[in-house]
Design a protein around this ligand. Structure first.
Ligand code: FAD
Length: 466
């Protein structure tokens, strides 16, 4: 028997549900990745994530060879490419892991229909989360709209254990594969960018480092952007370089071994972040309308300003608010931004510049390597005050106080804004009193935070009175 494994956001060979079942069911497996062509045009795609993806595929290809497999790379529509392969190879089944987002679900429907038409089996497996969206529901069987009761239920459920890596795949020879697109294919303009290392092996190393060096103090350091205090596993979860089962199992093992209550509490906090990820995925599953409108119906139709030169300044990291600019420059340079700074920059765009959260969501999707539709939408709607369990509209973070609290010595800020390297830290924590630039070439603040804060409150109040 010969089966096809359709790789999607599960770019690993260990603890991969569908790959495990494909290898158990068939003597030979054809592992395939189909790069969808819409990605070149879609506003939510960007070169850094695509390059990272291709590097992951390269690494996956080598890992597959170590167990007798060979990655077949194709480009186009999944159903057309898979149909072609079924016909060429005589495969009698397709195995894949389900994607929780609406675009992925659409592609699955088309592949399922194609398999039914050809009369072959098509097995979709749950893999991307510890608990699926239909598994964590209220007593009345309804989806949760608020994180805390969702997470309580999520935490109480028994967690699935990791699966072993298949011993052998035996991909037949002579199935043609395209070469992987190189950096230039994506219009790569920044070859010096400091992208995180791709592939399953690198992801396992990050998990090891997180467990041995970071998670015990996660509670204290996770909000300090200058410190490597978080796991840095988001792109690994996004592309499935690690399974959430493995992450959970390894963290639980470390927790059971640890004698320190505070270390255990750090790891527990980390596990609760995995629950945030699954909460947002469940929200997107149950309420796919969040992709184009506010989750909270009270705020639909809210007024937003036309994007102007301040929006461009925000994207480029030259608003004159050092902590905001540092975050935006980190994003451009690395495809990553620290979570605390994501919140600061997102609130700044929506509450200080009054620009529609959807434009910020799009910019982040273009640049984040971990760009995850559900988490990004959740984070943006939370920051805008329009989402599930969001910060209420009147809780507006002050970017100056945030900098004082989370980067008081300006270490993070100076790392990303070299022109501020010699400026005393206190000048990074308040608007310049004399209204003059704090360093040559660095702009003065583009708006006055307290005036814009009042304006936001007025906009929200006016909308509520409609
Ligand atoms: P850790 O703190 O080590 O957390 C462990 C894992 O938990 C993360 O890897 C991630 O998978 C998950 N997680 C942590 N915080 C959150 C959260 N608030 N929401 C959902 N999942 C979470 N995360 C993405 O993975 N992709 C995105 O596109 C994304 N966009 C965001 C946009 C905004 C405006 C905001 C405020 C947050 C966004 N986040 C997103 C959530 C969070 O910022 C990142 O997951 C986190 O910074 C990744 O770093 P880490 O892996 O070191 O996280």
């Amino acid at each position: 028997r010969l089966a096809i494994h359709w790789f999607r956001r599960d770019l690993r060979i260990s603890d991969n549900t569908a790959l495990y079942h494909a290898a158990a069911a068939a003597g030979a497996v054809v592992p395939v990745y189909v790069l969808s062509d819409w990605k070149k045009r879609h506003l939510w795609t960007g070169e850094k994530r695509q390059i990272f993806l291709c590097r992951c595929l390269e690494s996956l290809g080598k890992d597959l060879e170590s167990i007798g497999g060979r990655l077949i790379f194709r480009s186009g529509s999944a159903e057309a490419e898979l149909e072609n392969l079924v016909k060429k190879t005589g495969a009698d089944a397709i195995f894949y892991n389900r994607d929780p987002d609406p675009f992925g679900r659409e592609a699955e429907k088309r592949v399922e229909a194609m398999a039914a038409r050809l009369g072959i089996a098509c097995h979709g497996h749950h893999d991307v989360t510890l608990h699926g969206p239909e598994e964590v529901l209220t007593k009345e069987g309804k989806p949760y709209r608020v994180y805390t009761p969702y997470s309580r239920n999520w935490l109480s459920l028994e967690k699935p254990a990791p699966l072993p890596k298949p011993k052998a795949l035996h991909t037949p020879a002579k199935i043609p594969s395209l070469p992987l697109p190189g950096n230039s294919h994506w219009g790569w303009k920044n070859p010096d960018a400091d992208l995180v290392e791709a592939g399953e092996h690198a992801a396992h190393q990050r998990l090891k480092t997180a467990i041995s060096k970071r998670l015990a103090t996660y509670g204290e350091t996770r909000d300090i952007p200058s410190v490597p205090g978080t796991s840095r596993l988001s792109q690994d979860l996004r592309f499935g370089l690690l399974s959430p089962r493995t992450i959970y199992a390894e963290t639980s093992k470390a927790m059971a071994k640890s004698k320190s209550a505070s270390a255990r509490s750090g790891m527990e906090k980390f596990i609760k972040e995995l629950a945030w990820r699954e909460f947002y995925m469940a929200l997107l599953w149950h309420f796919p309308n969040v992709l184009h409108e506010e989750f909270n119906p009270d705020w639909r139709g809210l007024w937003w300003a036309e994007p102007d030169e301040n929006f461009e300044a925000w994207k480029e990291g030259r608003t004159g608010f050092p902590i905001v600019d540092a975050g935006m420059r980190e994003l451009l340079a690395t495809g990553f931004m620290h979570n605390r700074v994501r919140m600061i920059t997102a609130m700044f765009l929506t509450k200080d510049l009054h620009i529609d959260w959807r434009l910020g969501e799009q910019h982040f999707m273009q640049h984040l390597i971990d760009g995850e539709i559900a988490s990004n939408n959740g984070g943006w709607q939370w920051s805008a005050g329009t989402g599930a369990d969001a910060a209420p509209y009147f809780r507006i973070q002050n970017p100056w106080s945030q900098a004082k609290r989370y980067d008081p010595d300006g270490i993070y800020t100076k790392r990303w804004i070299p022109e501020l390297a010699k400026v005393p830290a206190e000048k990074l924590l308040a608007p310049p009193k004399d209204g003059q630039p704090i360093a040559p070439g660095y702009p003065v603040p583009c708006v006055d935070h307290s005036a814009e804060r009042d304006r936001t409150l007025a906009i929200f109040k006016k909308h509520r009175r409609r």
